[in-house]
Ligand binder design. Structure first.
Ligand code: 6PG
Length: 232
């Protein structure tokens, strides 16, 4: 089921998203003593991560994963890991959450995907592992994480992470797959702006492989947007 939340503007959308992530972390820690959170890359979520850093979250036993990563070194401006380090982890969180890097993604994305999957299977309970909350973005071309429109990776039903050649630079990427994302206790899709309104519409009315987020509709999804992205 996809629930739609329309915030007034980008700032309100970021605030709502940060609050949802904080609540999911608190619920997971209360119920299982640990929280597993997947984060998105791109331009949009930085504002959310900065807000999240200022919420009263108990970060003990919180594991941060990356829903996708670009094939660049961790310090590269295009790295999703760097985005998280420069925003959420730039604040003095005590103790800091544990960020799981997609190690070696710049050298060998396929090997890095296999290693990341093994790490997820070892640490996140469930088969498939159940992330407590995963934040996803939506590209203007319809992609989510690094699951691109009509890509063969959408057919994946066993592997939890795969290497893909994206439609947008940097082209080399590692992404979580649909089986892993569908198993998450909560998915938050944060997408705003008029340029994404069409993809938001397809997500809500799918399923369509043209907008892979629409293939997640059988999971517990909240789509958070602003007024400019909201369907008429
Ligand atoms: C990535 C992503 C990707 C992103 C969308 C939206 O690494 O590229 O995780 O799925 O969320 O492309 O990106 P913007 O927020 O920049 O529009």
């Amino acid at each position: 089921m996809i629930a739609l939340t329309v915030a007034d503007d980008e700032d309100a959308a970021a605030r709502t998203t940060a609050e949802r992530i904080a609540s999911a972390i608190a619920a997971a820690r209360a119920e299982r003593g640990v929280a597993h959170v997947a984060l998105a890359g791109g331009r949009t979520p930085g504002r959310t991560y900065r807000r999240l850093a200022h919420l009263p979250v108990d970060w003990r036993d919180v594991h941060l994963w990356l829903g996708d990563e670009r094939a660049v070194p961790p310090g590269d401006p295009d790295s999703n890991e760097r985005l998280v380090r420069d925003t959420l982890l730039a604040e003095p969180l005590d103790p800091p959450p544990l960020l799981h890097s997609v190690r070696g993604v710049d050298a060998d994305p396929a090997a890095a995907a296999a290693a990341y999957e093994a790490e997820l299977r070892a640490l996140v309970p469930g088969d498939p592992p159940r992330l407590d909350v995963a934040l996803l973005g939506l590209g203007e071309d319809g992609h989510t994480a690094s699951l691109f429109p009509d890509d063969a990776a959408l057919e994946e039903d066993e592997r939890l992470c795969v290497a893909v050649h994206g439609l947008k630079p940097p082209f080399g990427r590692v992404t979580m797959t649909l089986p892993l994302l569908r198993a998450a206790r909560k998915l938050i899709l944060l997408a705003e702006g008029a340029g994404k309104a069409w993809a938001i519409g397809v997500t809500l009315n799918g399923p369509s492989a043209r907008v892979p987020a629409s293939l997640l509709a059988d999971a517990n999804v909240e789509l958070i947007t602003d007024r400019t992205g909201a369907p008429a």
